[in-house]
Design a protein around this ligand. Structure first.
Ligand code: C2E
Ligand code: MG
Ligand code: MG
Ligand code: MG
Length: 291
């Protein structure tokens, strides 16, 4: 292996480092190829209005349909995509694809609610972001207000002044903004008031054990009150139990999203849901019926 590694210019590295380096390169090449070969898919997780029990939105969640590894969740490739910068073209694909899908549902007479897409920190800081999103929305013939952008609290806190400028541009263009994983990013309340966002998404770590963990219940309650005081809407992520729904409704939380209602669904399953919603049936009720 000395000969082989010498040829690759890795001779000064430990064999294990060589293997790791190659793996990283291979993974990067795989990811780049996945985009070229069209191996990415968007699945959509329903968001529910806790007042009416109706569908209020869909969050687009990225999946990689890998020929050998099967359906790969984003947590196992987004970090590499961020490191390598591949998140920029991948993220552009996500925005285009979500717009095309939304337009197709509308053309089929399925008046879908809005669709939310996740933006990574590296996408968010690009000056071209607003015009690229407006292009994608325009090409699909959509109203810009049907698209919501989710940005994690930690992505906003890198450079707050630039983040506020970028958010204002997006907001002025008519896009809806949400802060994702809220409660995990240490944002100062003084800043929150300057962010032109409409929705706070309470991170699921606070929801997971809120019925038994007083500290997390207190955080959830505080975020709901904060949202109400600032005139923002608030959504609980990762709702898995009815008891959580009861508690969240009592707190005055507007929306919820979680496996109790539905997992991220393939487009065909979303269509069924949209048809049911259109005809007044409630596919999301098995969970909400008991409320
Ligand atoms: P996120 O934006 O906070 O999305 C919510 C994640 O929680 C999703 O994981 C969803 O499937 C999962 N989830 C939803 N309900 C429940 C529940 O009741 N219990 C539990 N345990 N989990 C639940 P997913 O799809 O694996 O995505 C993970 C993260 O990857 C996302 O977190 C988001 O940060 C990122 N991501 C997904 N799609 C994209 C994308 O298109 N672009 C970027 N930049 N990031 C993405
Ligand atoms: Mg999200
Ligand atoms: Mg989240
Ligand atoms: Mg997350």
């Amino acid at each position: 292996t000395v000969k082989a590694s010498g040829r690759d210019g890795y001779r000064f590295y430990e064999p294990s480092m060589h293997a790791r380096a190659l793996t990283q390169l291979e993974r990067e090449r795989d990811l780049r190829r996945a985009l070229e070969l069209g191996e990415f898919e968007l699945h959509y997780q329903p968001q529910v209005d806790l007042g009416s029990g109706r569908l209020s939105g869909l969050e687009a969640l990225l999946r990689w349909r890998h020929p050998q590894r099967g359906l790969v969740p984003p947590d196992s490739f987004i970090p590499l995509a961020e490191e390598t910068g591949l998140i920029v073209p991948i993220g552009a694909w996500v925005i285009c694809h979500a717009c095309t899908q939304l337009a197709a549902w509308r053309a089929a007479g399925l008046a879908p609610p809005r669709v939310a897409v996740n933006l990574s920190a590296r996408q968010f800081v690009r000056p071209q972001l607003v015009s690229e999103i407006l292009d994608a929305v325009g090409r699909a013939g959509l109203d810009v207000s049907m698209l919501e952008l989710e940005i994690t609290e930690s992505a906003l806190m890198h450079d707050v002044e630039s983040a506020i400028r970028q958010m204002n541009e997006l907001h002025d263009a008519g896009l809806r903004l949400a802060i994702d994983d809220f409660g995990t990013g240490y944002s100062s309340l003084a800043y929150l008031q300057r962010f032109p966002v409409g929705l706070l998404k309470i991170d699921r770590t606070f929801i997971a054990d809120m019925t038994t963990n007083h500290a997390n219940a207190a955080i959830a309650r505080t975020v709901v009150q904060l949202a109400q005081n600032l005139g923002l809407q608030v959504l609980a992520e990762g709702v898995e139990e009815r008891a959580q729904v009861q508690m969240l409704r009592a707190l005055g939380c507007h929306f919820a999203q979680g496996w109790l209602f539905a997992r991220a669904l393939e487009p065909a399953a979303v269509e069924q849901l949209l048809r049911a919603e259109r005809s007044g049936k409630r596919l999301l009720t098995p969970a909400t019926a008991a409320l």
